[in-house]
Write a protein that binds this ligand. Structure first.
Ligand SMILES: Cc1ncc(COP(=O)(O)O)c(C=O)c1O
Length: 343
């Protein structure tokens, strides 16, 4: 059976052009700084995000973890939104790798109230850990692809300057935020000291993320990447896809947002669902009356639709390049059929 796969934008396959680029990529040993394609990707990424330097990594998780290691020391504290990817989905990496403790602030739609961030910043004193990093996530995965506004980013940034604490932005989907805000990605990135973005999600590369920041920060990050075993060799083979992504795959993200909106417009009419209009490509759907996401997902699958869940009462649908507008219409039909048949 051919499935309509709305589990994640990570399921996207590389384009024909990417596959050709992989074959033709000029490569060298990145351990010696000699892979021209990696070097170009790092340089272009930094340029687009308005930072001095970049570092290519195998995954977004590695990018976040390397950033954490580069900003903090064991025994310190990091402020994170309670449902952030770095806290929720990185296998306890912040404590296992960084030896830091999280200070979690539950956000509303992924947005931590500014006054709560300020309150969370530790005072100086013998008994307190040092607050050494604030982490933001834009767009916010578990908040359903929610975009942090520029005003909000600026407010957190101003606060961070007041207390001299760096900001790391988990920008796995920062280009989706930039499309939604109709703002160059630089304008978002200027309110963070380091930013990680993923090439392997809506941008459709087979793998890879880039961390950007100051030259000094990236030098440190390069060492921490090495420490985690993430040093690369002829990685130009995959970095070549990243170059195509930056040139050709960003503007089309708008289409993914429209697909998510189409899905929303259909599902909002169904009484078992409770949902907000998506801003980007992730649709979060709460189930009413004790409906169970695991059971629903199994039924969808029987008819050829794949999705996933945030928990037992919340579904997640993610739109991307490898589902067409017709697929979205079919997905709506499948959901309707399942709901009518069984509930
Ligand atoms: C917001 C966010 N940050 C980081 C990551 C980690 O990326 P990766 O799967 O490449 O490790 C993801 C992956 O889904 C994500 O959604």
């Amino acid at each position: 059976m051919k499935y309509i796969d709305l589990r994640s934008d990570t399921v996207t396959k590389p384009t024909e052009e990417m596959r050709r680029a992989m074959y033709e990529a000029e490569v060298g040993d990145d351990g010696y700084g000699e892979d021209p394609t990696v070097n170009l990707l790092e340089q272009k990424s930094a340029e687009i995000l308005g930072k001095e330097a970049g570092l290519f990594l195998v995954s977004g998780t590695m990018g976040n973890q390397v950033a954490l290691l580069s900003w903090t020391s064991p025994g310190e504290e990091v402020i994170l939104e309670a449902e952030s990817h770095m806290f929720y989905y990185e296998a306890g990496g912040i404590s296992a790798n960084g030896g830091v403790q999280p200070y979690l602030i539950p956000g509303e739609d992924g947005i931590m109230p500014i006054e709560k961030i300020e309150k969370a910043i530790r005072k100086k004193g013998r008994v307190f850990p040092k607050t050494s990093l604030i982490v933001l996530e834009n767009t916010h995965n578990r908040a359903g692809g929610k975009v942090l506004s520029l005003d909000y980013m600026r407010e957190v940034y101003n606060l961070s300057r007041k207390y001299d604490i760096p900001i790391h932005l988990d920008g796995a989907r920062i280009f989706n935020a930039s499309i939604y805000l109709k703002t160059p990605v630089k304008e978002i990135a200027k309110y963070a000291d380091s930013i990680m973005f993923c090439l392997s999600k809506g941008l459709s590369c087979p793998m890879g993320s880039v961390l950007v920041g100051s030259r000094e920060f990236i030098e440190k990050a390069r060492k921490n990447r090495q420490r985690l075993g993430g040093g690369l060799r002829q990685a130009g083979v995959v970095a070549s896809c990243g170059l195509i992504a930056l040139e050709k795959m960003i503007n089309r993200l708008e289409e993914d947002h429209i697909k998510a909106k189409n899905l929303y417009n259909f599902l909002k009419g169904m009484p078992i669902f409770d949902l907000k209009e998506p801003e980007t490509n992730i649709l979060k759907v709460k189930l009413k009356n004790n409906y169970n996401s695991t059971i629903l997902l199994e039924k969808f699958k029987k008819y050829g639709l794949l999705a996933t869940s945030f928990d037992e009462t919340t579904l997640r649908f993610v739109t991307h390049k490898d589902v067409s507008f017709e697929d979205i219409d079919k997905a709506c039909e499948i959901v309707e059929k399942v709901v009518k048949e069984d509930f």
